[in-house]
Write a protein that binds this ligand. Structure first.
Ligand code: CAA
Length: 283
């Protein structure tokens, strides 16, 4: 069965980026969220971001119009159930994700593939709570989704080969590149990226360097497009802390202990760009 309709659950930064790239690649997309304002913002953001691509000559005005026409929104989760592929991109909390999959189950078609854009939670555990662990995978996009080339594909213990092959074909159709990962805490990207960010926070905490000198060192000394603290603000410090906790708990190794300064910033509500304050002040 060809995948042509895609349900995206969660209209935040990742969800709207995912809807954007699927619509541009010719898929019919239904975007759902519990919050009507989030859906409105998502459509406005997608429109603005595709327009950036039009103004740079990467997408034509006709392609933009066709992509926007392929996206519909709904507040009713059940309406995405009949899609060929569902991508959960809700808050990075396991109870929230589990509740979404449980609510979706009665509305799915037999062939529907379920995926989660989780950046660190066990795919095997999420899959085990559904009626189709063999048709369940991790499907992890990077932020900003329209720009980043990589999609991490994560195989749960029960994922079957047919589902795996279909999702590889979807990544190709999106014009992106897949990296295959087995289901262990934080997979590949965040297993490597988050300890680096956490180490940058320790470097600040121990007074080795200032925010500016740490970021400049990695930008100019290692050719990273963003310094690690700037990147942490971009990702969200709460997300960084949550992923460090998954690594620390899941691998039971003190080398993954979250830096107390990262915890303190999160407790202060300084979550980075989204709250206008993190390692940098955006107010
Ligand atoms: N939609 C469409 N296009 C976008 C866009 C968006 N949301 N954001 C940026 N762009 C485009 C711009 O239009 C621009 O296009 P051109 O090259 O055609 O001019 C290009 O991307 C570069 O953007 P800017 O010129 O505005 O800014 P920049 O050169 O500083 O790049 C950046 C911005 C792409 C974000 C770059 O700083 C970067 O790559 N940063 C690192 C991002 C990163 O590491 N992401 C992964 C985070 S980890 C993750 O996501 C996993 C997880 O689970 C936490």
């Amino acid at each position: 069965m060809e995948i042509s309709s895609v349900g995206v659950v969660g209209a935040g930064q990742m969800g709207n980026g995912i809807a954007h790239v699927f619509a541009l690649a010719g898929y019919d997309v239904i975007l759902t969220d519990v919050n009507e304002a989030a859906l409105r913002n998502a459509i406005a953001t997608i429109e603005r971001n595709i327009e950036r691509q039009v103004s740079r000559g990467k997408v034509s005005a006709e392609e933009k119009a066709a992509a926007m026409a392929r996206i519909t929104t709904t507040l009713t989760l059940a309406e995405v159930g009949p899609c060929d592929l569902i991508i959960e991109a809700a808050t990075e909390r396991e109870t929230v994700k589990q509740a979404i999959f449980e609510d979706l189950l009665p509305h799915l078609k037999p062939h529907t593939i379920l995926t989660s854009n989780t950046s660190s939670i066990s795919i095997t555990r999420l899959a085990s709570r559904t009626d189709r662990p063999e048709k369940f995978m991790g499907f992890h996009f990077m932020n900003p989704v329209p720009v980043m080339q990589l999609v991490e594909l994560i195989r749960g213990i029960a994922t079957d080969q047919d589902t795996w092959d279909k999702m590889h074909a979807v990544v190709r159709k999106l014009g992106k590149t897949a990296a295959s990962a087995e289901d262990f805490p934080a997979f590949i990207v965040n297993r490597i990226l988050m300890p680096m960010i956490n180490e940058a926070v320790y470097t600040l905490y121990e007074g080795v360097g200032s925010v500016q000198s740490i970021d400049q060192s990695l930008k100019l000394g290692a050719n990273h497009p963003m310094g690690p603290l700037e990147l942490a603000d971009f990702i969200g410090l709460d997300t960084c802390l949550a992923i460090m906790n998954v690594l620390h708990d899941g691998l039971a190794d003190t080398k993954y202990r979250p830096c107390p300064l990262l915890t303190k910033y999160v407790e202060a509500g300084w979550l980075g760009r989204k709250t206008q304050r993190g390692f940098y002040d955006y107010r």
